[in-house]
Design a protein around this ligand. Structure first.
Ligand SMILES: [Zn+2]
Ligand SMILES: [Zn+2]
Length: 157
């Protein structure tokens, strides 16, 4: 399989006020069926990709940041104008952010490799992800998931 990710990628919120650049390959792509993602995305599940912190840049304006309602130390970032839910930050030592995949200028190739929180999924919702978790993966699962994704995950055509 090709290892050419065709980087960098441009991304933006719905109104275009917040522009982003991805310059490193994603570590993993995900669909999350949790009730929080359902509400924030107004959809059956959110689509995200974990991007290394040093491979992600944001151009103004200042984002509207809000701590996660789950009290988990996560920070959700929104466009202050159109209020798109654009990405989620984690404690710095984790080293990556979760970009909502639908912000990409070209999300057409995106496919979730892992789906999470299937215990909360809507009856009709199917993602095609090859790996499913009823909740979230254990921390120890991530190195293997990242390795498999790098070999088998969808890439830009
Ligand atoms: Zn916007
Ligand atoms: Zn979720």
């Amino acid at each position: 399989m090709s290892t050419d990710w065709k980087l960098p990628w441009k991304a933006h919120c719905r109104c275009g006020a917040v522009e982003m650049t991805v310059s490193a390959p994603p570590l993993l792509t995900m669909a999350c069926h949790c009730r929080g993602c359902q509400r924030m995305s107004a959809s059956a599940y959110s689509c995200s990709m974990a991007v290394p912190q040093d491979g992600f840049a944001v151009d103004g304006p200042a984002r509207d940041k809000r701590q996660s309602e789950d009290n988990d130390g996560y920070t959700h970032n929104f466009c202050p104008q159109c209020h798109s839910w654009i990405f989620t930050e984690f404690p710095a030592e984790m080293g990556f952010i979760n970009l909502r995949a639908t912000m990409l200028d070209d999300p057409s190739w995106f496919a979730p490799f892992v789906e999470t929180q299937t215990t909360e999924k809507l009856a009709f919702a199917e993602t095609g992800a090859p790996i499913s978790y009823e909740r979230f993966p254990e921390m120890g699962d991530y190195p293997g998931l990242i390795q498999r994704f790098s070999e088998e995950g969808a890439k830009p055509a």
